[in-house]
Ligand binder design. Sequence first.
Ligand code: ASP
Ligand code: MG
Length: 446
Amino acid sequence: MRILKFGGTSLGNAQRLRNAADIVRNHTNCVVVCSAMAGVTNALEAVIISWKQGDKTRAFEQLKSIEENFAHHCFELFVAPASATRVIEDVQAMYVPVYELLGADYDPENDGKVLALGELVTSYIFNEYLRESGTDSFLMNAMDVLHLNGQDEPDVEDIAKKILSLDFYSGSGIYVSQGFICLDGQGRVSNLKRGGSDYTATLFGAALKADAIEIWTDIDGLHNNDPRFVPNTTPVRELSFAEAAELAYFGAKILHPSCVRPAREYEIPILLKNTLEPGAAGTIIGSQLTAGGIKAISAKDNITVLRITSGRMFNAYGFLKRLFEVFDSFRLPVDVVTTSEVSVSVTIEDDTHLEALRHELSKLGRVSIEREQCIVCVVGDVMPHVSGVLEKVEPFRVNMISLGASSNNITLVLPQENKTAALLALHALITNSQFQKLQPCTPLQA
Ligand code: ASP
Ligand code: MG
């Protein structure tokens, strides 16, 4: 059994939906995880903003235009006009409760219901299309099986139990479901945050002990550098889970940052595949150790560095505990940490409570803050290349350097204005030749 997750652009119009259906039809036993058609989640977020601003007329109009857009795709997709009409009517019925919501005053508790429409409608249309074109598939509502626990975290074993108890789920066959959407710890319609469909795919894969999780997008795998800033990037053929997790967390847009975790824990390979070139190898992410060399680089913007300097740290214990308790009290994740005997530097992404945070931290020592920084993450067998990396970033004012204990990454923090230059300089260290010897994707291809 496999998980096949399709991103929004891969389901973005009638032709794309047909291509995705052709890929699904190569399988007899899979769960298809659908994102919302490209642009729909953004458009639904805009509806919520208008609603929040009290502009109900605008919110209605915006929702109407999303609905009409879906109808347009249905007319193109379904061969029989009667099928298109039937599906459009069903889709209209899915919109009715959301129009009703918009008629009342804005309540943030309902955001999840509005956002869920994108995935619900897209998966419904896709499933109907598969069935109309002769593939016997079942619609599986993610909200019936993906319920967050009391800490608002997903629970793989609970998902497994819920899927296996569905009366139409036989363990074999084609099931179409939604990415992103779920019920939260209080049973409200919610989601796994933007880009969360990848995470749904790996959670389902782990729950069903899938042979592989295929993430279908419209690029040929995870690239070895950020193609928005560096020319001639190429796909990385093979990554370990740890390497992929670092890249996804530190900027690689192709994967949701949390999605590697369930796959890694249950040792299920992830394949990144291209719907526009289904035969291409793509990227495989697995637990096997791969050939050496620097494989890939990614970067993440809008990072704030906090440096806390204190003589009290010297030869004392308990200082770091007190320091991290401050971050804990703000529920703030810390990304990179470096320490010396008298100072600690940490990075955070969310600086909403920066002044309050500074105030609390200043009780522990002198605090300096630098904003507009970026994290650059260099991944691969980095140990033999440390001096090479440092040489490349020498022209920049590097604020922090961290060498991961697993020695599969070096993380650097430097001013955001130097990001492109640093990515370009470091690109020269990537050794692609090693991958030509490997053909890791062959045995796992669809
Ligand atoms: N539709 C959601 C988003 O655009 C989830 C996803 O596509 O992964 O963020
Ligand atoms: Mg995505």
